[in-house]
Every structure is written in C-alpha cells, then in structure tokens.
Design a binder for this molecule. Structure first.
Ligand SMILES: *[C@@H]1O[C@H](CO)[C@@H](O)[C@H](O)[C@H]1NC(C)=O
Ligand SMILES: *[C@@H]1O[C@H](CO)[C@@H](O)[C@H](O)[C@H]1NC(C)=O
Ligand SMILES: *[C@@H]1O[C@H](CO)[C@@H](O)[C@H](O)[C@H]1NC(C)=O
Ligand SMILES: *[C@@H]1O[C@H](CO)[C@@H](O)[C@H](O)[C@H]1NC(C)=O
Ligand SMILES: *[C@@H]1O[C@H](CO)[C@@H](O)[C@H](O)[C@H]1NC(C)=O
Ligand SMILES: *[C@@H]1O[C@H](CO)[C@@H](O)[C@H](O)[C@H]1NC(C)=O
Ligand SMILES: *[C@@H]1O[C@H](CO)[C@@H](O)[C@H](O)[C@H]1NC(C)=O
Ligand SMILES: *[C@@H]1O[C@H](CO)[C@@H](O)[C@H](O)[C@H]1NC(C)=O
Ligand SMILES: *[C@@H]1O[C@H](CO)[C@@H](O)[C@H](O)[C@H]1NC(C)=O
Length: 397
C-alpha cells in the first residue's frame, strides 16, 4: 500500500500518555482521549481499555471479529472491540443500534501506514457464486439494520426499503484498520469494502482498498472519514446517502467511470445527500501508473448527483473537464446535477479545461456556504433539513 500523505498544514492532535492514563475511565463510546492507551500493545492487551471492551485475536476469546460483534446484545449499550494484528478473512455485518467502536492494536495510532489489522474479503457482483445477487453481498464491512436496507437495487431510486425499517447503528467508529476487497487486482464488477445504510459511521486512520465501488453509502447512511485512505479505480465512492471525507487520500489505481457516482434521492423533507471531499489529496496510487489526464472526478449515477471536492490537491491524473457526463447516449445531466469543485488546486485543476467543457460547477463562496461543514450536510432525517446531526463524529482526529 502506497505512502500516505496529507497536506502538511493540517493540525495533529497528540496528547501525552500520562494524561491519557488518567482519563482511561469507562466512557461511552471510547473517545480520542483514551483510545491510544487501549490500542497500545501491552502484555495484557486489554490493559488501558474500558471494561466494555472485547478482545479479538488468534489467541483471544474471540478469534474472528464477526463472532465478537454477534456476541453483543441488541441494546443501546456501547461496546469497543480491540483487534490484535493479523489478517482476518471474513465479512463483518453490524446490525445493532448501540454504539460500536473497532480499534486496531497499534503503537502508532496516528499513522495509517502502520495499520496492522486487515479485514479481507474477495467477492464481486456477477461471479459464479454471486450471480445476480445485489452488490450488498460483496462487502467486507456492512453497517445496516437489515439486509433489505443494505441493498443497492437498480433504477433511478434504487431498492425500496420497507417503510417500517428502524434506524440501525447510531454511532459506529473504526480506528486504525484496513478493509480490503481484493476480488481481482482491477475493476471486475462491484466489489465493496464498505456499505453503510440507515446508520451513522465514522472512520479514522482507516484504509479501504478495492477497485470498483469501494465505498457504498446507501439510504439514510451518514459516513464521516478523517485521515483515511480510499483506493479504487471505477465509481469508487457511490451511493444515496451523505459522506464527508476530510484530510484523506483518494488513491487512483486506474481510471474508469468517475471517482464519485452519486444518486440523489428526492425526499419529502430537505436533504443534503452527496459526497463532500474536503482538504484531501487525489493522486495516483503509485508512480508506475500511466494515467495522466484520464481520471474523472465523478459522473452522475442519476441527475440529482451531488459531490463537491473542496480545497483538494489533484495530481495530473484528472481529466481537463474535471467531471464527465454518465455516457454519451445517457448523460443523466441537468440543471440539478451538482458536480462541483471549490478552490481545488494542483496539476489536475485545469481551469481552461473546466470552463471549456462546462460540466463541472466551480462554486463561488455563496454556492459553497450551505455545504461548507459537516454540521451543515448531516441533517436529521425526517426534519425540514435540521442541521447538526454530528454527535457521532470524532472531530478530535
Ligand atoms: C497480512 O497479509 C499481508 C499480505 O499478504 C502480509 O504482508 C502480512 O504480513 C500479513 N500480516 C500478518 C499480521 O499476518
Ligand atoms: C508513518 O509511518 C511511515 C512508515 O514507517 C513513515 O514513513 C512516515 O513518516 C510516518 N508518518 C508519520 C506522520 O509519522
Ligand atoms: C447481516 O446480518 C443480518 C442479521 O443477521 C442478516 O439478516 C443480513 O442478511 C446480513 N447482511 C448481509 C449483507 O449478509
Ligand atoms: C425490500 O422491501 C421492499 C419494500 O417492502 C420490497 O418491495 C422488496 O421486495 C424487498 N426486497 C427484497 C429483496 O426482499
Ligand atoms: C501500482 O498500482 C497498481 C494498481 O493498484 C498495481 O496494479 C501495481 O501493482 C502497483 N505497482 C507498484 C509498483 O506498486
Ligand atoms: C421531487 O419531488 C417533488 C414532488 O414529487 C417534485 O415536485 C419535484 O420536481 C421532484 N424534484 C426532483 C429533483 O426530482
Ligand atoms: C430540479 O430540482 C427542482 C427542485 O427540487 C425541481 O423542482 C425541478 O423539477 C428539477 N429540475 C430538473 C430538470 O430535474
Ligand atoms: C487544459 O485543458 C485544455 C482544454 O481542454 C487543454 O487544451 C490543455 O491541454 C489542458 N492542459 C493540460 C496541462 O492538461
Ligand atoms: C453551461 O451550461 C449551463 C447549463 O448547465 C448553461 O446554462 C450555460 O449557458 C453554459 N455555459 C456556457 C458558457 O456554455
């Protein structure tokens, strides 16, 4: 996995270990103040962890992560799961509503390249074993209350989720883990590393590695990523929900479709569905790739697509037009299609190319303002767009 780099001007939050030890009390859920002591490798791995923490590892009570997840009661009580270094070949599926935090054991809790826990699955849609099964069945990690709510479906509005489906996990978090779907080392059908629907999920120093449709944020899915790496080739950020990606690296492993392929949903209440990539780096995964001017920032899965790259560094892999239409015969592009940028920079930001193609919206301060912070885009479902649905986000990372 390639070297992780983020703009050097970004702040780091480091606390001294004595301070952390004093704060290592029963907290709900575990927060940035005490996670370092819990994650730090010690003779008794759970020392430094709050009592509501389960241990997973080859020699631990739970040898698979999913067995630990399934042992949790279906209530609102928060649990943490500390995972020892290793490669875990399994699919994870979180259906409970109470908070769950997955922690990879590490002496380097602020360095993603040192992650030593990999959750690996190898599956794509349309293979001999998946046939016409929905993309949901391929994902390495799924956070959704039911199978039906996790289905992508097809058509302009996708799968219809039963109206009586209640919200799933209210506060899922993962720190210092990698989720891999390595079905084949190139785009060969949807192969999800992450799927989030009817749930709130935050990811920190977490890697996601696949080639096609790496991350799916489905209906009523809210996902926040900070200091993560997301690697893909084709439409690798897709969905119906809301995602904010902060201070992270989008690694281009090739070009196909676009980086983002969002499908806006017309609800009876005000929503800000979309994917917002902020102060991040978009660059080829390694120097042996020859993809100059070939990768699109995104394309509209339907005409209500909304994605905004703001203050991002773009390397020379990006096409001069920035975004592209879905296809020549099926553009899916109209007045409501928001494929936008705000103050991007780097060799991939070609102003002449953007203006000539007239596909990418170059936002003014006024256009950007309603989408300029996580607090503004994560609205409470079913309200008239009430903002500030961010209690589940760790802004300390
Ligand atoms: C996990 O797999 C990778 C790639 O096969 C290997 O390099 C690494 O050593 C493995 N890690 C552990 C902890 O076994
Ligand atoms: C993270 O670890 C890598 C690999 O050891 C190292 O090259 C890099 O400098 C580290 N980054 C930070 C921010 O410490
Ligand atoms: C996840 O678990 C739920 C409950 O056990 C199950 O109904 C569903 O099929 C699982 N989802 C997937 C995608 O396997
Ligand atoms: C999901 O639920 C909807 C609405 O109840 C139903 O029409 C559909 O058949 C369900 N899909 C599956 C695959 O069960
Ligand atoms: C560069 O990335 C591509 C796409 O993931 C991969 O196939 C190739 O092996 C990588 N090359 C090197 C030298 O790491
Ligand atoms: C959303 O639905 C309303 C009511 O059904 C309709 O008037 C409006 O045109 C729709 N908007 C979009 C963008 O489809
Ligand atoms: C654009 O969205 C507005 C507001 O939702 C809607 O009224 C209008 O019909 C949409 N226009 C198109 C061309 O979809
Ligand atoms: C920028 O875009 C214009 C118009 O498409 C193109 O002629 C030019 O070669 C591009 N410049 C670079 C450096 O790619
Ligand atoms: C760009 O496209 C918009 C519609 O998406 C249109 O209103 C506008 O006139 C176009 N601008 C140019 C310079 O072609």
């Amino acid at each position: 996995m390639a070297v992780f780099s983020v703009p050097s001007s970004l702040p780091f939050h480091l606390l001294s270990f004595p301070t952390l030890l004093l704060l290592s009390v029963f907290t709900t859920p575990i927060n940035a103040l005490n996670r370092y002591t819990c994650q730090y490798p010690t003779q008794n791995p759970l020392s430094g962890c709050p009592p509501n923490t389960l241990l997973v590892g080859a020699t631990a009570k739970y040898t698979t992560i999913q067995s630990a997840i399934l042992s949790l009661p279906h209530n609102d009580y928060p649990y943490n799961i500390l995972i020892l270094p290793g490669n875990y070949t399994e699919q994870l599926n979180i259906t409970r509503s109470g908070p769950v935090t997955l922690l990879g054991q590490t002496a380097f809790p602020t360095n993603l390249t040192k992650n030593s826990v990999n959750v690996v699955w190898h599956q794509a849609t349309g293979t001999a074993s998946t046939g016409t099964l929905d993309n949901a069945f391929t994902s390495t990690l799924t956070i959704a209350p039911t199978l039906n709510s996790s289905l992508t479906g097809s058509g302009p509005t996708g799968n219809t989720v039963p109206a009586d489906t209640s919200f799933g996990n209210s506060d899922f978090r993962a720190y210092n883990l990698n989720f891999v779907n390595d079905y084949l080392p190139y785009s060969a059908g949807p192969s999800l590393a992450l799927s989030v629907s009817y749930a709130n999920a935050g990811f920190y120093y977490t890697g996601f590695y696949s080639y096609q449709d790496t991350i799916y944020i489905g209906k009523l899915g809210n996902a926040y990523f900070s200091r993560c790496e997301i690697a893909g080739q084709t439409d690798f950020l897709y969905g119906f929900g809301t995602a904010w990606i902060q201070s992270s690296r989008l690694s281009l492993r090739g070009c196909g479709g676009g980086i983002t392929a969002w499908k806006g949903t017309n609800t009876t209440w005000v929503n800000k569905y979309g994917v917002y990539i902020s102060e991040s780096v978009v660059e080829k995964a390694n120097s042996s790739l020859s993809i100059e001017g070939k990768c699109a920032l995104g394309r509209p899965w339907n005409a209500q697509h909304r994605s905004i790259f703001s203050r991002c560094y773009l390397d020379d892999s990006i096409v001069p037009s920035g975004y592209i239409k879905w296809s020549a015969t099926d553009p899916r592009f109209n007045f409501n299609t928001t494929m936008a940028e705000y103050h991007d920079y780097g060799p991939g930001f070609n102003l002449t190319g953007r203006l000539a193609a007239n596909v990418t919206v170059l936002m003014t301060d006024r256009m950007w303002e309603p989408y300029s912070a996580p607090e503004k885009v994560f609205v409470y479902p079913g309200t008239n767009g009430r903002e500030g649905n961010v209690g589940w986000i760790d802004f300390g990372v």
